[in-house]
Design a protein around this ligand. Structure first.
Ligand SMILES: [Zn+2]
Length: 255
């Protein structure tokens, strides 16, 4: 099992993002091999290479336990995925990731952030009042100047989510597997609406190189998924893929 984790390369998790200058990570750099267990697990990510220094020295790391929050009357966030076209669904050994061509957009701080990919963690990475959730989706957006915004959806146990079924039907079960997505496979995603209630804080990528300066938006609404749906994701993931909770330090969590 271990060799499977080690074989998996960081570059597969954020292929689009790694090419961005803000991450200081170019394609000719050797990627650190990391995993979720043992000597290449989260505790040691910061020691696996100088590019991962933020994993151990950063003060604004993700995920966090969302506990003390401040009511800042945050404005609704508009998102528009109406033109979204999916590319493929990949099992990269760290996560199940859906890469998208283009057509997904959120507006934050007067800036456009474009959806690059979304992927899943089980159990959830972020917690709310020390409560973990069975599944967490991360919608990773980037602005034209390379800033990142992640929208997190935490799933609670309950009735099945019809939207997830389309992905489950296409789940690549083995590391390295990839399935093409048809034009209609992302139709289940809510196409446009406002995210009204959410937590907001500064954080980082939850995987090496743990780059900081990421705007985190954690939605208050929790879609549900069934035991069977969760089993399907966990079977494909092969192992828990949640980084442990990181210290809040001087950060403020707004709601
Ligand atoms: Zn993630």
């Amino acid at each position: 099992m271990k060799s499977i984790y080690i074989k998996s390369l960081a570059v597969l998790l954020f292929p689009t993002l790694f090419s961005m200058p803000m991450l200081g990570h170019t394609s000719d750099q050797k990627d650190t091999q990391w995993s979720y267990i043992g000597e290449t697990g989260p505790k040691y990510w910061g020691d696996l290479g100088t590019e991962n220094i933020a994993c151990k020295q950063g003060l604004n790391q993700s995920p966090i336990d969302i506990k003390r929050t401040f009511d800042a009357r945050l404005p609704s966030i508009k998102f528009d995925y109406s033109m979204l076209i999916g590319e493929n669904i990949v099992n990269n050994g760290h996560s199940i990731q859906i890469n998208v061509h283009k057509g997904g957009l959120i507006k934050l701080d007067g800036k456009d952030f474009f959806l690059k990919q979304f992927h899943f963690h089980s159990p959830s990475e972020n917690m709310i009042d020390s409560q973990s959730f069975p599944l967490e989706a991360h919608f990773v957006h980037a602005s034209e100047d390379g800033e990142l915004a992640v929208v997190a959806l935490l799933y609670r146990p309950g009735p099945p989510d019809a939207a997830l079924d389309v992905l489950i039907k296409n789940l690549p079960m083995n590391v390295g597997d990839k399935n093409r997505l048809g034009a209609k496979d992302l139709e289940f995603l809510e196409r446009s609406k406002k995210i009204k209630n959410y937590f907001r804080f500064n954080g980082s990528l939850t995987t090496p190189p743990c780059t900081e300066g990421v705007r985190w938006i954690v939605s208050h609404s929790h879609p549900s998924l069934s035991r069977m749906q969760l089993n399907a994701f966990q079977k494909a993931l092969k192992h828990p893929n949640n980084r442990p909770i990181q210290p809040i330090n001087a950060r403020t969590i707004l709601r």
